[in-house]
Design a protein around this ligand. Structure first.
Ligand code: 13P
Length: 368
C-alpha cells in the first residue's frame, strides 16, 4: 500500500527495515536542495580504475595519496558552494582525510555542500546478451547504505548502462537494469538516503539523435514503471539521464537547439512531474558542448514550461579542465581550483539558460 503523502518516506508504515533511522532528514528537502536553482552536482565518484584513465591522460600516477590530494583540492575550492549543491564520492574518498587530518566529507559540509556516494559495483556483462551489461551491487546493499549514512552521505548514485548497437538494446537488458535501479532506489529511501537514479544511454556509436530519442524513451518508461512497482517516492529522488544527442560517430551531430527540443520532448513523454529535478551526466561530451547543450535545454524548458529543475551532475564536464591545470603538482592547486570554479560557474549559468559561449574566454577568480 502506498504511504500517505505526508508520511516520512524513510519510515514507511509496516516497513521491515532492520535498523530504524531516527535522525532521518527530510528526503524531499534534500532532493530539492540537490537541484536547487543555480546549482548542480559534481560527480567525483570515479572508481579507482576510471580515475586511473583520467590520471594517465595528465601523466599522474594513480596512487592513493594522489587521488586524495586531487580530491582534497577540488573539495576545498573556495566559493564552489555558489554553483555546486552536492558532490558524489567514491567509497575510498568518503573514508579519506585531507592533509590536516580533517575528513574530506567535513570539508564539503563546512562549505554547505551535500555529500553523496556511488553505491553500485559497476556494469558487468549480461548473460546471454552479447554487448550488453547489467549493473551489480544489490547484495548487502542495505548494510552498506547504513554505513555510508553514518559516514555522512545524504544521497547515493547507481548507474545503469544501456548500449545502442546493431542489435541492442534488448528489452531484456532494459528490464533487468530498470529493475535493479528500482530495487536500489527503494532501499536508499528506506535507509534515509536520496537516490540518484541514473539510466545512461551511452552516446558511443554512429547512431543518430532519433535513435537516441527512441532508446531513451523506452528506457525511461521502463525505469518509471519499475520505480512505481517498488514503491519509490518520486519526489524524494533525482533522475540522472543522458541528454538526447547524436552518437559520437554520427555523420551529422545535432546542434544544441535540436538536442534541447529532443530532450525536453522525450522527458515530457516519460518523466512524472513529481520528480523534482533532472541532473544530466556529460557522458563524454566536451565540457563546452555539455554546457551549451544544458543551456539550450533550459531555454527550451522555459519556453514550454517544463515542470522539473534541469541541471548538471557532471564528471568529465567539470573535471577535465582542473585535471589538466593540476597535472599532479601541488604548486598548481590554485590554478586547478580556478579551472574547476570556472567550469562550475559556466555550468551553473547554463543550468539557468544564461550561458554565453563568450564566457568560455573569461577568467573566474577564487573569492578572497
Ligand atoms: P560524466 O559526466 O563524465 O559522464 O560522469 C557522470 C557520472 O557520474 C557518470 O556516472
Amino acid at each position: 500500500m502506498a504511504a500517505p503523502i505526508d508520511a516520512d518516506p524513510a519510515s514507511p508504515e509496516g516497513s521491515t527495515m532492520t535498523t530504524p533511522v531516527n535522525d532521518t532528514p527530510d528526503l524531499r528537502a534534500t532532493a530539492r536542495a540537490m537541484v536547487a536553482p543555480g546549482k548542480g552536482i559534481l560527480a567525483a565518484d570515479e572508481s579507482t580504475g576510471t580515475i586511473a584513465k583520467r590520471f594517465s591522460a595528465i601523466g599522474v600516477e594513480n596512487t592513493e595519496p594522489n587521488r586524495r590530494d586531487y580530491r582534497e583540492l577540488l573539495f576545498r575550492t573556495p566559493g564552489m558552494a555558489e554553483y555546486v549543491s552536492g558532490v558524489i564520492l567514491f567509497d575510498e574518498t568518503i573514508r579519506q582525510r585531507g592533509a590536516d587530518g580533517t575528513p574530506l566529507v567535513e570539508h564539503l559540509v563546512a562549505q554547505g555542500v551535500i555529500p553523496g556516494i556511488k553505491v553500485d559495483a559497476g556494469a558487468q556483462p549480461l548473460a546471454f546478451a552479447p554487448g550488453e551489461t547489467v549493473t551489480e551491487g544489490l547484495d548487502g546493499l542495505r548494510e552498506r547504505l547504513q554505513e555510508y549514512r553514518t559516514l555522512g552521505a545524504r544521497f547515493t548514485k547507481w548507474r545503469a548502462v544501456i548500449h545502442i548497437g546493431d542489435d541492442t538494446p534488448s528489452g531484456y537488458a532494459i528490464d533487468v537494469n530498470a529493475h535493479a535501479l528500482a530495487r536500489y532506489a527503494a532501499l536508499c529511501q528506506e535507509v534515509g538516503l536520496v537516490p540518484i537514479v541514473e539510466p545512461e544511454v551511452l552516446m558511443d556509436g554512429p547512431h543518430g539523435i532519433d535513435e537516441c530519442f527512441e532508446v531513451t524513451e523506452i528506457t525511461l518508461r521502463e525505469v518509471f514503471a519499475q520505480l512505481a512497482q517498488h514503491g519509490v517516492e518520486l519526489d524524494a529522488m533525482v533522475l540522472k539521464p543522458n541528454m538526447v544527442v547524436s552518437g559520437t560517430e554520427a555523420r551529422e551531430r545535432a546542434d544544441p537547439a535540436s538536442v534541447a527540443a529532443h530532450t525536453i520532448r522525450c522527458f515530457a513523454r516519460t518523466v512524472p512531474v513529481a520528480v523534482p529535478g533532472i541532473a544530466f551526466l556529460s557522458g563524454g561530451q566536451s565540457d563546452a558542448e555539455a554546457t551549451a547543450n544544458l543551456d539550450a535545454i533550459n531555454r527550451e524548458a522555459a519556453k514550454v514550461g517544463a515542470p522539473w529543475e534541469l541541471t548538471f551532475s557532471y564528471g568529465r564536464g567539470l573535471q577535465a579542465a582542473p585535471q589538466a591545470a593540476w597535472g599532479g603538482r601541488a604548486e598548481n592547486a590554485r590554478a586547478a581550483q580556478e579551472a574547476f570554479l570556472h567550469r562550475a560557474r559556466l555550468a551553473a549559468a547554463a543550468r539557468s539558460g544564461a550561458y554565453d559561449p563568450a564566457m568560455e574566454d573569461e577568467v573566474t577568480t577564487i573569492p578572497s
